[in-house]
Design a protein around this ligand. Sequence first.
Ligand code: HEC
Length: 179
Amino acid sequence: MFDNLWKKTLAATLGLSLCASLTVAQEKYGFGTKADPAEIAKYDIDIHIDGKGLPAGSGNPALGAEIFEIQCAICHGEQLQGVRAMGANSLHEGRRDIKKLPYATSLFDFIRRAMPLTDPGTLSNDETYGLVAYLLTQTGVLKDKDVVLDAKSLAAIKMPNRGNFIIDPASRFSAKDVH
Ligand code: HEC
């Protein structure tokens, strides 16, 4: 407990001095602006594996297929086979096989924050749900081609490979931290 108090005090002190030096930099050198809450919110988009943080909206494979064709196929290939010349591996085989992901929520998080590679952050929530629905039906994880994914149904998906991950015994995490 003492240890924790120490850490908290240290974190608070560092935080305060960082704020103080930013304010000094702003006033003294005339650069930098204070990040306002709306700006911070743009970066505060992480989604937890249990679905916490998933936004409103929904999408189906048909919507996803449309977007994929226009914005993703050039690198990932019409059949998800990957276009090596563009640096993208197959999405349904090998190391980048999305079926191997333990949680579908991570797929949403990744696509929303990082894809399309040349223009990340431009997909709407509906489009991102649609893309996840399309990718998961194309790879056979979801069987229903008319599935509609939203925050609730996406979080409920059980990925086929989920049970095959083990906690490294040398890690400081335990199973309760990840499930
Ligand atoms: C300019 C090329 C490019 C475009 C366009 C692009 N991607 Fe990617 N994508 C990549 C590269 C490169 C990677 C890195 C991983 C790899 O394939 O080796 C990647 C990785 C991914 C992954 C992670 C795969 C994994 O299991 O690690 C997903 C999912 C993905 N892209 C989806 C999309 C979607 C959906 C779109 C369209 C909205 C898109 N990408 C558009 C190049 C691209």
